[in-house]
Design a protein around this ligand. Sequence first.
Ligand code: AMP
Ligand code: MG
Length: 470
Amino acid sequence: MTIPFDNSYARLPGRFHVRQEPQEVAAPALVALNDGLARRLGLDPASLADMADMFAGNRKPEGAEPLAQAYAGHQFGGWVPQLGDGRALLLGEVVAPDGARFDIALKGSGPTAFSRRGDGRAWLGPVLREYVVSEAMQALGVPTTRSLAAATTGETVWRETALPGAVLTRVASSHIRVGTFQYFAAREDREALRLLADHVIARHYPGVTGPEELLSAVMARQAHLIARWMSLGFIHGVMNTDNMAISGETIDYGPCAFMDAYHPAKVFSSIDSQGRYAYHNQPNIALWNLAQFASCLLPLLGEEQAAIAALTEILNQFPAIYEAEWLRLFRAKIGISGADEGDAALIEELLAIMTAGQADFTRTFRGLATGLAAAEFADPEPFRAWARRWQGRIAGEPAPETLMCASSPAYIPRNHRMEEMIQAAVAGDHAPFHRLNAVLSRPFDDQPDAAALALAPEPDEEVRRTFCGT
Ligand code: AMP
Ligand code: MG
């Protein structure tokens, strides 16, 4: 079959990217193909099924123009003037039957001009982890990059030990990041910034006119995205500016994790020793990243002081937009469709009780709908006292259980299940991977035969540290 590529990013000037063919691997084998996503793109899953060689990088599909994208970024607050795709290649873009444009990219496809000391490769664990989590996020209603395929390479990747190599085929509405703008801003390349802004507006924000409106639009999507993460107990783990997509999709599933026991300062990433990307810091960091984005737009505006004032005024609206969305989502999680002044305090009180009781985030909220939340607390008394006031608040609600069940999933990709899945896959057993995908494709439905996947970890199963996907 042929994929009808239309590569708008490849048509941008040469300094946006470096052309690079994927490197051949020894023995490509397909682990997973996402039929639903293939159809979404207008591709025939049946004819993709025997294309392991393509998904491992051994065969370039007709019309693909593989390239590594140039970008820069702040990593943990430290400026890095050149990062770029060091282990990924954009094959090209397809326009789906409904007109939506998508990047198709390989991750783990070999070294590029941006690899620095890296090997350009990925191992099976992070590839399957990204596949499961990104598809779970999609099913949970969170804007996200997606996973079209996972293939093993038949080659060994060396990390601390020998591991099976793999390639992920990632689909995104684009891979343009805050760091892409930073790359050109740092080089004082005003023409490239103008072209990039026009490209982004045409692609993601049609109707937007000018840099101020672009900043407002990107900011609104990020505020809504982070509120969604918060409403699910999701911690991205590495919110560097090169890992924030201008489209508003979640991108780069490295050391990310869903919380089990709730704590607002929770951190999983092994490299985040300061807690910069802790759960409760995520909105602040999003705003910090947006401020970096705003500064890249300055050269596109007129007189500098006036431009700074205008962009600052826009950024100052972030907290209100974020908090309104956060409140809307958490109201729904406790079964409130209307709005009372005391709702935010009611939600905050529950979160405080959950913190003190180390209650499981997902099970407690789901338990509000099913009447089982008290069981998540060693000492249920503070919760019961809260629940009496809450019952009073939702007494007039038309269908609180339905609202809660649609807002609080029964199933999330739990860290201990992900670890189990990866261990099985490395041993050659992909059944847990397929099982997780199947259950997580319907996260809001009770699935009695999958009850074990809704359980919190036992103390000896608990995962406290996650690692970057390298
Ligand atoms: P990440 O932490 O995944 O966002 O990656 C940060 C930067 O490191 C990006 O420029 C990546 O392309 C690069 N990178 C990560 N892993 C590798 C690798 N195995 N080989 C080459 N470059 C890598
Ligand atoms: Mg990245």
